[in-house]
Design a protein around this ligand. Structure first.
Ligand code: BDP
Length: 715
């Protein structure tokens, strides 16, 4: 028999073990499920949740059961018993509602119809006898809906919401909610700042890491329903039998979570894999090759989602190599899928030495409107150039009324300080989705026009998934906005903070405010007033406004900012490239006129004299330097906010963020000093005294900085 002392030691040991096992390393993301700290709420939840009946006996039903059991155990601090009926209260989860008497009795039909095929209904149903506690029903037309409903219910508890009179009907607004992984077959990730690829291609299909199902859980909790496994700069080998088997193994893990697997396809795969002499999309043997390939994939992955294609862009092969159009190329692949999947054809194209890179996609694609097959989506980056800290919306969104469209957003922060800088992207996503194209159609904002959203993923092998804890807020925000593009950045930050850290308002409120200012801060210290693409060459980390030696003109910073003795900015009005003509009249007017253009887009559309008087009363030069300093000051304030919160959360994640903010302040300062010194060589004007003071080093010093072995470079 154990002595009391031995028992105490054992208990202490177990406690220590449990604490260590729950170390806050970020790996649980927003699915931590800690005990509800609000005593009144906890009591309500415990009273409401007396039993759990999951009446959906499929793999998805089991995943739903497991998630609810895990979540409730943590949040309520007690095991919720699985019950055979819910006559005396509890949670009833069921798809195929007609088979569950309680649900059909309460006639949820109309609500279920509103929820559609992927949505869900959560409803508190009072029982006939007032003394019987009500039942919380989570139901849906299909089992994936109940999984989404279960996550939504857990979210209510995680954020301490009341659950006594629930009447929720949710359906996803966008049909395709997809993460694009730019993962290479050698395990590196193009523009990945969170370690290496999540997919252990070498070990697949034999070994399936437990991380794959955790990844799927995280996605399902947001409503993400598709994953493109490999880089858009695709290798043909990813369509080989060997890699199809590996993709199929991942699909098996993801399937219960409602996630379909997609593959990036290399346009010349029929030549590289099939030995054909051409990849001409209209050649019968090429069409036949794609059909056979699709059959082979569907035999291994019956719910294969389809192909993502980057064609005739940045050196990738495509239909234009055979004098065919993007529509010809897309349709050949789409026909091969024979209605079972979709082709996401990217609109990110730009020609060598084009007069204005911002005009290219519109020029190439608008003549093809109406010529894409029914299962083709044209995938358009939010702005006309390339995932910059701020861009106006792409004019293509308003110009392809007869084409299905998807928006592509970058979650990984290639141009926004990687995982190092705390930049919350929901305001950028929100801005892009809310943009009104002002085209003549009902519902002319981008979020009303698109049928899909693709986010370039930021998850990798890093223990905290995203390289830094705060970077994961962007994955969360993307997924939730793809489900409901009407959600606000503030609501999403609130929700993410509560689920990731704590519900304590004295932490949530200041940190939320900090997150919401962070994107504008990055715009200010990197590319204020509509400047764009001034990052160091290649890897895009740190300032490089002087870059002029890239192989292509339209990858040089000087091409984008056009600073000279008279002023700065890219004239995209009628006197310049006239890119402004690609927008609806309202925008032509607003963007095209110097007296009307918003400050945020000033230098995007205009070449402006250094002495131009701004709305603030300052000259352009003084406004530019003030904005750079404002960005640095914002980061200082972010740092101070964080410093004031010492001791309010776990040491591990507190410290990580503290250290990153320290680097961010130094680097914001680096951006500001380097940029103002460089632009001063054109303006020839002094830097007005500001809170940032004189630049710390000379311009030569900044120009001589060469960052080596930066992660995520294109390979
Ligand atoms: C650019 C990235 C490059 C990508 C490209 C794309 O620098 O690595 O391949 O976008 O979207 O921003 O295809």
């Amino acid at each position: 028999m154990r002595t009391g002392r031995a028992r105490l030691a054992l208990a202490l040991g177990l406690l220590l073990w449990a604490t260590a096992a729950r170390a806050e390393d970020g790996s649980d993301l927003w699915l931590r499920y800690p005990l509800v700290s609000n005593a009144a709420r906890l009591a309500q939840y415990r009273a409401a949740v007396t039993g759990l009946l999951v009446a959906t006996d499929t793999a998805t039903g089991r995943a739903t059961h497991d998630e609810l059991t895990r979540g409730l155990r943590g949040l309520l601090g007690t095991e919720v018993p699985a019950v055979r009926d819910v006559v005396r209260g509890g949670i009833l989860v069921a798809s195929v509602p007609s088979r569950v008497p309680l649900i059909s009795a309460f006639d949820l039909k109309a609500r279920l119809a509103r929820a559609g095929s992927e949505g869900y209904v959560i409803r508190t149903i009072a029982r006939a006898r007032a003394t019987d506690p009500p039942t919380i029903v989570i139901t849906a037309q299909y089992d994936v809906g109940v999984l989404y409903g279960a996550f939504a219910f857990l979210r209510l508890l995680q954020t301490h919401q009341p659950v006594d009179a629930l009447d929720i009907v949710e359906r996803p607004r966008l049909q395709h909610r997809i993460l694009d992984h730019w993962d290479n077959l050698d395990g590196t990730v193009e523009r990945g700042y969170a370690g290496s690829s999540l997919w252990d291609w070498d070990a697949l299909p034999g070994i399936k890491s437990p991380r794959y199902s955790d990844y799927a859980r995280a996605n399902a909790s947001l409503g993400i329903n598709g994953v493109v496994l490999n880089n858009v700069n695709a290798k043909a080998a990813s369509l080989s039998p060997e890699y199809i088997a590996k993709a199929a193994a991942l699909a098996t893990v993801f399937r219960p979570y409602g996630i379909r697997v997609y593959l990036s396809a290399r346009f010349t795969a029929p030549m590289e894999l099939g030995g054909l002499k051409t990849a001409d999309p209209l050649a019968p043997d090429v069409k036949a090759w794609w059909r056979r390939k699709a059959e082979e994939i569907y035999a291994a992955i019956p719910d294969f989602g389809g192909f993502l294609v980057k064609a005739n862009s940045e050196g990738q092969p495509g239909p234009q190599d055979y004098a065919r159009t993007h529509a010809d190329g897309a349709n050949t692949l789409a026909e091969a899928l024979a209605g079972r999947g979709i082709v996401m054809w990217r609109a990110f194209v730009y020609a060598q030495n084009a007069d204005d890179r911002a005009r290219q996609a519109y020029a190439e694609f608008t003549p093809l409107d109406g010529r894409f097959g029914p299962n083709v989506l044209l995938q358009i980056k939010n702005g006309p150039i390339d995932f910059q800290p701020r861009e106006p919306f792409s004019p293509l969104f308003g110009a392809m009324p007869q084409t299905k469209l998807a928006i592509e957003l970058q979650i990984t922060k290639e141009y926004l300080g990687f995982a190092t800088h705390l930049v919350y992207l929901a305001p950028l996503f929100e801005e892009a989705l809310a943009a009104d194209t002002h085209t003549k159609r009902t519902g002319s904002s981008v979020r009303q026009i698109v049928q899909g959203a693709a986010g370039v993923a930021n998850a990798g092998s890093s223990r905290n998934w995203c390289g830094s804890v705060f970077a994961c807020a962007n994955w969360h925000a993307f997924g939730r906005l793809a489900w409901n593009p009407q959600l606000t950045s503030a609501a999403l930050a609130d929700e993410w903070l509560r689920m990731t850290f704590t519900n304590d308002a004295s932490f949530v409120e200041p940190v939320k405010a900090m997150m919401l200012t962070s994107r504008q801060a990055a715009v200010d210290y990197m590319t204020p007033l509509g400047l764009t693409h001034l990052m160091a060459r290649g890897h895009h980390y740190g300032p490089g406004p002087w870059v002029a030696d890239a192989g292509r003109a339209d990858q040089n910073s000087v091409y984008f900012h056009r600073a000279d003795a008279t002023g700065i900015g890219f004239d995209r009005t009628a006197t310049g490239s006239n890119a402004v003509a690609q927008y609806a009249p309202e925008w032509r007017e607003a963007f095209g006129r110097l007296d009307r253009v918003p400050d945020d887009y000033l230098l995007w559309f205009h070449h402006v004299p250094w002495d131009h008087r701004m709305a603030s009363g300052r000259t352009l030069w003084n406004e530019l330097t003030a904005r750079y300093c404002r960005g640095v000051e914002s980061v200082r304030r972010m740092r101070a906010t964080w410093a004031s919160l010492a001791g309010t959360i776990d040491a591990e994640r507190y410290e990580e963020t503290r250290a990153f903010l320290g680097i961010q302040e130094q680097e914001a300062r680096w951006w500001r000093d380097a940029s103002v010194l460089y632009f001063q060589t054109f303006s020839k004007q002094p830097i007005a005294p500001d809170a940032c003071g004189a630049p710390e080093h000379t311009l030569d010093y900044y120009r001589s900085i060469v960052s080596r072995n930066v992660p995520g470079s294109a390979n």
